[in-house]
Design a protein around this ligand. Structure first.
Ligand code: TRP
Ligand code: ZN
Length: 881
């Protein structure tokens, strides 16, 4: 026995709705266990063909308590209601008002979708299909309505009452302690952008004057006592607002912009119109509890949600297949914002690292899907790295292919042509075709085809003809759900580097379209010949990672060493260092597996030393280059028959060799780059801290007698979380003797900060070594563990499953079992969190036979559960298929 798979929803079946809902008036009497929602919908048939069509509204676990049509109660045989749907059999032909009263229980809502409570605060999450858990509705993104929301609650427990749009009225309700607020949002929007918040929260106010001189009130609402943690988020918000005006000409469009931080949230944050709701980890920060990475994430997520106001809210998606229309574009925009605020190359490296570590494995495994999927069973499972991160890469490629000017002309046209609409990828691309007078039909394949293309490269220099020939081919490896694939348009940014390190100006070439430094590969095979090249150059290809592809260039270590020191593209310099390390790590892993003795190559060790002390590279870039590929990255490169233990050994071997060779040089980098004193999270200061902590990471394994002492001192004297956590991680992951003392010390210091304690759980869950499994089990029984808090679950279990490859894939199967059991438990409470955890099995077929058999057993156990949620059923089915 097993639960049924939900029916497939297909893009090709899209039909516009038969009815419009132009206006929504919500009257909500808030109560923890029995909230009464009265929704008055102004409904009209879309056109003549709607006449006589039943009106079918979506619901989810709803209880209907009253129903009226144009003010009169409907007779029992005129409608049919269940928790999942409300059907009005014969609606009038003329526009009518439908008044629906439902009663809901926010306190019992453990899925955190719809209206729920987080630490006593009422809040909502409606994307993708949560609004139907509040009232019956046409809960689809192409139904756009103007919302007015009246909230009523006791003044003492709920002094703050918020909804979308502008506040138009507030006051006392005659009886007892109650008060109300009425919010009106003039911009038509789909139901997934509806939000309300009510509770006893502190308000951090500010303001922003838009480019046209409009005054906007800004507020961040947080739990009392956390006001001082909002400064960075507010600063990021104001910089985002200014940037969107300056770079895109986009201005804010309401009188007020509210942000609320809540501690129980399924995802990162949500762009509800005028009322963004955030996971508090993307709002709250001070140097004592947040790392530099946290600061950078807050800046990016605040920007992301703010940018959705245009790319997502003013222009929304016709259906959920078009999710990348808002997400890919908005991620691209937040990446560009962060690049402008910080170092562009460092940001690019960080984004590519994320893409390769999250999206590439997704695209190479059973959960692979196109950026715009054609079929889904549960939309919540499509908020993926492919839709978000690869979706952003596709927008970036569009910019590369068209050039900045035409790209911006296309976007301007998009905002003009589709403002106020729910639209599609086709309509988006059409704007660029029209603005640039070009044909993007082949480019559109990036939205259609799953799988990461592999670009293979061979070069040949002919000294007689003085030509340099580059042979290119592209291929998408087999994807389970995809029979064939066609050649994509792949923009390859490149340079031909001469012996002195300068790029050679290419005067004449044949075989491909080249504009500026971008070569367009648009056929399965292409041969490009450059003329007048007397001496053999080194080809630096895919500069800036100009396309989301795997490059098979087979550069020898001599060329890689040359690129690592000479390439004037900082991204490819970084890439060359990484490739050198990766080649060696793969070789070492194979040797270790065969139980052969082996040592790392001198090349890699030397290059790391050179990077460490290269003054021409800024500190952040050096820190990135000195970070070895992760265990998961190495596993991905190996691709099949993966043995995580051998990978861990190889990685430690290389780290130790680098550390020992450069031992005398390391300490000054730790201390000289430390930014003691006034903390600032900006690019320069965080870059310095990154380099000093990277040096410390090697120093810990350098063989110095005082290494452990230095790490401990670093931990004990740190005046910021970045340094403290870096040292704690070394103490715990390198199993140093002071590790228990450090964990106790940290806990004592941060016990009252949930966000700081998440890091404490995560550090322990990701420690290599076979004692970690027991540790994780113990921590699940720690009084601070809370299975109802998604951040806490992620910090312990998700980080174990994704950040601890050897222990998750233990050869006794206990790592898989632990996670499988946790998925089954969590699934009853919060399907979204459970199914996300379940995706950590996605690369199971790449493991060695013993481990993959154990993973399959764990997956089968989940699959055989009779009461699996639709979310987890979908993931387990696809993972096993
Ligand atoms: N639209 C949100 C964003 O990317 C994502 C999101 C937040 C979400 N909460 C969610 C998606 C819950 C699905 C379910 O900014
Ligand atoms: Zn988003």
């Amino acid at each position: 026995m097993r639960s049924e798979t939900a029916p497939a929803i297909r893009l090709e079946d899209y039909q516009p709705p038969a009815y419009r809902i132009d206006k929504v008036y919500l009257d909500i009497l808030l109560d923890p266990a029995a909230t009464r929602v009265t929704a008055t919908l102004t409904v009209a048939g879309q056109d003549d063909t709607s006449v006589g069509t039943p009106l079918v509204l979506d619901g989810d676990e709803l209880k209907l308590t009253a129903l009226k049509l144009n003010g009169a109660a409907l007779s029992e045989d005129a409608f049919e209601a269940s928790p999942e749907r409300l059907e009005i059999m014969k609606p009038p032909a003329t526009p009518f008002d439908l008044t629906i009263e439902t009663e809901i229980n926010p306190e019992a809502n453990t899925k955190l979708m719809g209206l729920y409570r987080s630490s006593g605060t009422f809040c909502t999450q409606c994307e993708a299909e949560g609004f139907r858990r509040i009232t019956y509705f046409l809960d689809r993104p192409d139904v756009l309505a103007v919302y007015t929301t009246r909230l009523e609650a006791p003044r003492t427990s709920c002094p703050i009452l918020l909804a979308n749009g502008n506040l138009i009225e507030a006051g006392d309700v005659s009886e007892r302690d109650r008060h109300f607020a009425i919010w009106h949002d003039p911009h038509p929007k789909p139901a997934y952008l509806f939000a309300l918040v009510a509770g006893d929260l502190a308000k951090v106010p500010d303001e922003f004057v838009t480019v046209s001189g409009k005054q906007v009130e800004l507020n961040i609402f947080v739990e009392h006592g956390k006001e001082d943690l909002c400064g960075w988020a507010m600063d990021s918000l104001k910089r985002s607002m200014r940037w969107d005006e300056e770079v895109y000409g986009l201005e804010y469009d309401l009188n007020v912009f509210n942000i609320v931080a809540v501690s129980d949230f399924n995802m990162g944050a949500m762009e509800n119109k005028g009322l963004n709701i955030f996971n508090d980890k993307y709002v709250l920060a001070d140097p004592e509890t947040a790392t530099d990475q946290d600061y950078a994430n807050i800046e990016a997520v605040i920007a992301h949600e703010y940018f959705h106001n245009w790319t997502g809210n003013r222009i929304t998606c016709r259906d959920w297949f078009q999710l990348c229309l808002k997400e890919g574009l908005t991620v691209f925009r937040d990446q560009e914002f962060s690049s402008d605020m910080r170092s562009r190359p460092v940001k690019r490296i960080a984004d590519v690292r994320l893409l390769k570590s999250h999206q590439f494995p997704e695209d190479a495994g059973p959960l692979a899907h196109p950026v715009r999927p054609r079929v889904y069973h549960e939309i919540n499972n499509f908020y993926t790295a492919t839709v978000y991160e690869k979706g952003a890469e596709v927008v970036r490629m569009l910019k590369t292919v068209l050039g900045d000017e035409k790209f911006h002309a296309g976007l301007d046209l998009y905002f003009k042509r589709h403002d106020g609409e729910a639209t599609t990828i086709e309509a988006f691309l059409k704007c660029f075709e029209d603005a640039a007078a070009t044909d993007l039909s082949q480019f559109a394949l990036w939205y259609e085809q799953a799988g990461t293309p592999v670009v293979s490269v061979k070069t040949r220099h002919d000294p007689e003809e003085q030509t340099f020939t580059v042979s290119l081919s592209q291929e998408i490896p087999p994807v389970p759900s995809q029979k064939t694939s066609k050649p994509a348009v792949i923009p390859l940014r490149f340079g031909l580097i001469g012996p002195n390190g300068d790029d050679i100006a290419v005067a004449s070439h044949a075989g491909a379209e080249i504009s500026g430094d971008v070569l367009l590969l648009d056929k399965a095979r292409q041969e490009v010949t450059f003329n007048n090249i007397p001496t053999p150059p080194v080809l630096s290809l895919l500069r800036g990672f100009s396309a989301p592809v795997r490059l098979d260039q087979q550069l020898g270590s001599e060329d890689l060493l040359f690129l690592a020191s000479k390439d004037n593209d900082p991204f490819n310099r970084w890439q060359a260092v990484q490739s050198l390390a990766m080649q060696d790590l793969v070789r070492l892993t194979a040797r270790i597996r065969q139980e052969e003795t082996c040592v790392p190559t001198e090349d890699v060790i030397e290059v790391f030393g050179a990077v460490l002390s290269d003054p021409s590279l800024d500190a952040a870039l050096r820190a990135q280059a000195l970070t070895l590929p992760s265990e998961a990255d190495i596993a991905q490169e190996i691709g099949k028959n993966v043995d995580p233990d051998a990978i861990l050994k190889a990685r430690r071997m290389l780290r130790e060799a680098i550390a020992r060779s450069h031992a005398p040089a390391l300490l000054p980098f730790v201390t000289d780059f430390a930014s003691k004193g006034d903390y600032s999270p900006d690019a320069e200061n965080s870059g310095k801290r990154a380099l000093s902590n990277r040096a410390l990471h090697y120093l810990a394994m350098s063989g110095r007698e005082d290494a452990a002492q230095i790490v401990w001192d670093w931990f004990a004297t740190a005046d910021n979380m970045t340094d403290r956590l870096a040292a704690l991680t070394l103490l715990v992951h390198d199993d140093m003797k002071q590790k228990e003392a450090a964990l106790a010390h940290y806990r004592n210091r941060h016990e009252t900060s949930t966000l700081a304690m998440d890091k404490w759980f995560m550090t322990q869950a990701t420690a290599p070594g076979d004692k970690t499994l027991q540790k994780v089990q113990d921590l699940m029984n720690d009084p601070l563990y809370d299975a109802s808090n998604p951040n806490r679950v992620r910090s312990l279990l998700q980080s174990f499953a994704t950040g601890n490859p050897t222990q998750f894939a233990r050869t006794d199967g206990q790592g898989f079992e632990l996670i499988a059991e946790a998925v089954l438990q969590l699934d009853k409470r919060n399907p979204q969190v459970a199914s996300r955890l379940l995706t950590s099995f996605r690369s199971w077929r790449a493991l060695d036979p013993q481990r993959s058999a154990l993973a399959e057993t764990a997956l089968m156990k989940i699959s055989s559960c009779e009461e699996l949620s639709r979310d987890s059923r979908d993931i387990v089915d696809r993972t096993l298929q």
